[in-house]
Design a protein around this ligand. Structure first.
Ligand code: G3P
Ligand code: MG
Length: 242
């Protein structure tokens, strides 16, 4: 059956990529979460979407220019104007502490598209090994070089190529690198793309699926994972379409 993943946690109603958003995703019945990782100045793997903290916190500047101690002083829920208290930018370690004993899968997106963050793949791998989460993670990135770098050091994990482009023969391309999953923007999943991906044995994990009609359409197309901002809505529609 199709799986329900919370995009940046339950980001439709809670501050994205915070522990609160991940807790709320679990409560809403998500099977897993997608999250974005970057590196701080002192090499900590942190969960944040943008290269800067400007959009999602009350601070300014690049993640890579702050140590984690400095970064943790900023409020990643400031747009909720104090209604949700203070929520810091979490580390990947803190997130793993939250989910380590749960039946919950994590799609870790390596945000290596703008800053390559050389060495991030090894750091993420070390944390996965420490928490014994090898069977409960999927590693993806728009930077396919980064995916292959990590696959080389951690061949035991599952990987996905992310894309928001209209790529021809994406399934053949992805499979030729031994990558098991393709993570397209959902609008790109026209029938011939779905067919080619399935012919190549790819798992289809698609984003960002927020509307009822799109969720239903993609269930009919038999995708594997729906990544969306409203895991409560996705859960409801999956349950109604069993
Ligand atoms: O991993 C799926 C999706 O999160 C990719 O785009 O920009 O939301 O990280 P973005
Ligand atoms: Mg992402």
């Amino acid at each position: 059956m199709v799986k329900n993943f919370a995009h940046r946690g339950f980001s439709g109603k809670f501050p994205e990529n915070t522990l609160l958003a991940f807790e709320k995703a679990i409560e809403a019945g998500a099977d897993g979460a997608e999250l974005d990782v970057q590196l701080t100045k002192d090499g900590e793997v942190v969960i944040i979407h943008d290269e800067t903290i400007d959009r999602t916190t009350n601070g300014k500047g690049y993640v890579v220019n702050y140590t984690y101690e400095e970064l943790s002083k900023f409020d990643a829920s400031y747009i909720y104007t104090g209604k949700l208290g203070f929520n810091k930018i979490p580390t990947l370690r803190e997130y793993f502490e939250l989910i380590k004993n749960l039946d919950f899968i994590t799609n870790i997106e390596l945000k290596t598209g703008i800053n390559e963050y050389l060495g991030i793949e090894e750091k993420v791998h070390n944390l996965i090994k420490e928490y014994k989460l090898e069977k409960r993670v999927i590693i993806s990135s728009f930077n396919h070089f980064s995916v292959l770098r990590m696959k080389k050091i951690a061949p035991e994990l599952k990987y996905g190529f992310l894309s928001e482009d209209w790529i021809i023969n994406a399934g053949a391309y992805t499979a030729s690198h031994g990558v098991e999953c393709y993570h397209p923007r959902f609008n790109n999943l026209i029938p011939e793309v779905v067919k080619e991906l399935k012919e190549n044995g790819l798992e289809i994990n698609t984003w960002t699926v927020n509307k009822e009609e799109d969720i239903k359409d993609l269930i009919n197309k038999k995708v594997d994972i729906l990544i969306g901002n409203f895991p409560d809505l996705t859960r409801k529609i999956i349950n109604e379409n069993k």
